[in-house]
Design a binder for this molecule. Structure first.
Ligand code: C2E
Ligand code: MG
Ligand code: MG
Ligand code: MG
Length: 288
């Protein structure tokens, strides 16, 4: 009896695993197709300068417009792209596309692009970034590369050297999701980041939780003394803006100022958020 149960469980488990594997294979096959079929697209989310609330630029956020499954958020396919190595090609497409898009914006506006730690595994990352700048004609100062601390967890020396070379190109290096993971202050000593993004989990609670406030305050004051800019991500309420301005956060990003959306060119070459994003058309909300 026990044996039979065990066996059933095993088979059940195996079925489950097969399903997971099949799903991954489906995604992988479709993802290879996605690049050539132009199913990938970039959404852009505005980032404000907190001192004058001017638009300082946009973060490019990847979406997959799947032919049958519809719009798929990045966290559902980027891990698979990373495991299969497809992230190299996808990442390059994102870089070139984002730089090209930014060329249409006023010259003081900056574009932020997320880099996967896997992309640091290719020796020619620096050349590829250089290539994206050359192809698009974008000034390097207008490109921000967002990385997470995992880039500095293994292959530390090699990746640090890559970061230094990227910085030498003139692009700005941003530490994303600060405060999550291992996030130690050590990372701020290993590399001169231009900007830190305070993870939205802290911003979310900053008005209610003394601990969250203390952490935000520590990050902003430390960044100020190290001459590093700070972006608060996930700003959703006006009361958070007041507080974050008082704490000296230099930039603000969140649904309050706009969800990630398509950018369309309107009259006179002026860039505005598209009707889609403003909710004039049904916009699929991808946030969980
Ligand atoms: P991230 O770089 O930390 O991007 C910020 C995420 O927070 C985005 O999710 C954005 O839509 C969401 N967000 C912005 N404001 C708010 C807010 O007020 N409230 C809440 N709840 N969420 C907010 P998204 O677009 O789903 O992207 C998730 C992650 O996927 C990104 O996190 C980034 O790590 C990754 N990702 C996105 N695009 C790319 C890409 O082109 N390449 C790579 N390697 N990773 C990407
Ligand atoms: Mg980011
Ligand atoms: Mg982030
Ligand atoms: Mg985040």
């Amino acid at each position: 009896e026990a044996k039979r149960n065990g066996r059933n469980q095993y088979e059940f488990f195996r079925c489950d695993m097969e399903e997971v594997a099949r799903h991954r294979l489906d995604v992988e096959t479709d993802l290879r197709q996605a690049l050539t079929s132009h199913e990938l697209l970039l959404y852009y989310q505005p980032i404000k300068n907190s001192a004058n609330m001017a638009l300082s630029g946009y973060e490019a956020l990847l979406r997959w417009n799947h032919p049958t499954k519809g719009l798929i958020p990045p966290l559902q396919f980027i891990p698979i792209a990373e495991e299969t190595g497809l992230i190299h090609e996808i990442g390059m497409w994102v870089l070139v596309e984002a730089c090209r898009e930014a060329m249409r914006w006023p010259p003081e506006q900056v574009v932020s692009v997320n880099l996967s730690p896997i992309q640091f595994g290719r020796r020619n990352l620096v050349d590829r970034v250089k290539g994206a700048l050359a192809t698009s004609g974008l000034a390097p100062q207008r490109l921000e590369l967002e990385i997470t601390e995992s880039v500095l967890l293994d292959e530390t020396q090699r990746n640090l050297e890559t970061l230094r070379q990227l910085k030498q190109l003139g692009v700005r290096i941003v530490l994303d999701d600060f405060g999550t993971g291992y996030s130690s202050l050590r990372y701020l000593r290993t590399f001169p980041f231009d900007k830190i993004k305070i993870d939205k989990s802290f911003i979310n609670e900053v008005c209610e939780s003394r601990e969250a406030l203390a952490i935000v305050r520590a990050i902003t004051s430390m960044s100020r003394s190290l001459d590093i800019e700070t972006t608060a991500e996930g700003v959703e309420r006006a009361e958070q803006v007041d507080l974050l301005q008082r704490e000296g956060c230099s930039h603000l990003q969140g649904y309050l100022f706009g969800r990630p959306g398509r950018l369309d060119i309107l009259d006179e070459g002026r860039v505005t958020l598209s009707a889609l994003q403003q909710g004039l058309l049904p916009a699929p909300d991808l946030q969980p």
